[in-house]
Ligand binder design. Structure first.
Ligand SMILES: Nc1ccn([C@@H]2O[C@H](COP(=O)(O)O)[C@@H](O)[C@H]2O)c(=O)n1
Ligand SMILES: O=P(O)(O)OC[C@H](O)CO
Length: 333
């Protein structure tokens, strides 16, 4: 007799497609260390986490692609090893039997200029910017944002975007060390040099893509190294203009999930429009023998993250859009 249990029938449904996820590998051939706040960081072990991720993804034999949410190498990587280290990590990702979509993080930019990074990571360049979109199935659109479009790191010292970012930080952060949030309150604590913003042209591009996705009835997943919702992240890790980006996203009904890295402990929230925000746990902060990676099964009505070890599994069920009575809900891990 067929099952009448709703849950069983949901579980029995085949995903439209599946993809692998990992974030903040931050590899460097240097001894273990700690974050500014004292969290242990395992720079040499992180490549093993990536290797185990790729093995799992290949063994599953069903993943259509994988996404790296950024920070492939760490800023402490000796600079004469930066190029080789990025190439070494890209080679590990290329052992995956499918395309890998990368995005840049602050640690990538501490190591190499955009002109070198983007070709290595096979990121399509738009005047040096690293935003792009792809559609792995007719039902879905993925948007990858460049959160360091306006940034004090990564562009040449005299580039207009460097100057714009430096002026912005000067206005918003009174500290001499612009990576210090001392004295900043609440959401102001994001105005740090290791973060950045999505610029005007990218915002216009985003609106255009979301309009197109809406026309094509494509559910959309937005990916950015920097988190876009305060419910899923510490204030210090947020995109400078997360509010402007979310204002654009909230104009359309197509975006269902936003994925991010950067805030290493991870988090999950559902915003006032029912959009899920999932920040992934960092591969870098896995003690030897432990892991943080996963894969996502994509359905027409939800994304289901199956995490390994420190990456927590979670169901991201879509809700009816607008006026759904959804209050913000959040869980910081
Ligand atoms: N609460 C904090 C966090 C960071 N900083 C500064 O940022 C630098 C990078 O931090 P990591 O956690 O990635 O090591 C750090 O060296 C500090 O300058 C801070 O001031 N306060
Ligand atoms: O990846 P990092 O070293 O820039 O650290 C980012 C912080 O975790 C953000 O709060």
């Amino acid at each position: 007799m067929g099952s009448t249990n709703g849950l069983t029938s949901i579980r029995g449904k085949q995903p439209l497609f599946s993809f692998g996820v990992i974030s903040d590998v931050q590899y460097a051939d240097i001894p273990d260390g700690r974050s500014f706040l004292g969290v242990p960081r395992y720079y040499r072990h992180s490549i093993l986490v990536l290797q185990r991720a790729v093995k799992q993804w290949n063994d599953l034999n069903k993943l259509r692609f994988a996404i790296n949410l950024g920070d492939i190498v760490d800023g402490f990587c000796p600079k004469d090893q930066s190029l080789d280290s990025v190439k070494k990590m890209v080679a590990e990702f290329e052992k995956f039997n499918g395309p890998v979509y990368h995005m840049i993080g602050n640690h990538c930019l501490y190591n190499l200029p955009r002109s070198k990074l983007l070709p290595l990571l096979k990121i399509p360049s738009n005047e040096g910017c690293a935003y792009y979109d792809f559609s792995p199935s007719p039902e879905y659109r993925f948007v990858v944002l460049d959160g360091y479009d306006v940034s004090a790191i990564g562009w040449p010292h005299d580039h207009p975007k460097t100057l714009q970012a430096q002026q912005f930080l000067q206005e918003k952060n009174p500290n001499t060390d612009k990576n210090s949030p001392n004295g900043l309150d609440g959401l102001e604590r994001r105005f740090l040099m290791f973060n950045g913003a999505v610029g005007k042209e990218q915002l216009e591009w985003l609106a255009h893509i979301l309009q197109d996705a809406t026309r094509l009835k494509q559910k959309t997943v937005v990916c950015c190294h920097l988190p876009l919702d305060p419910g899923a992240s510490t204030e210090e890790a947020l995109l400078w203009n997360f509010d402007e980006v979310m204002e654009v996203i909230h104009r359309y009904d197509c975006v269902k999930v936003c994925l991010a890295g950067h805030d290493h402990k991870g988090g999950h929230s559902v915003d006032s429009h029912g959009i899920h925000h999932r920040v992934f746990e960092a591969a870098l902060e896995c003690p030897p023998g432990t892991d943080a990676f996963g894969y996502i099964d994509v359905y027409d009505d939800r994304l289901s993250l199956v995490g390994t070890d420190k990456m927590q599994s979670c169901e991201m069920c879509f809700t009816p859009t607008m006026d759904n009575g959804f209050g913000d809900t959040a869980a910081r891990y």
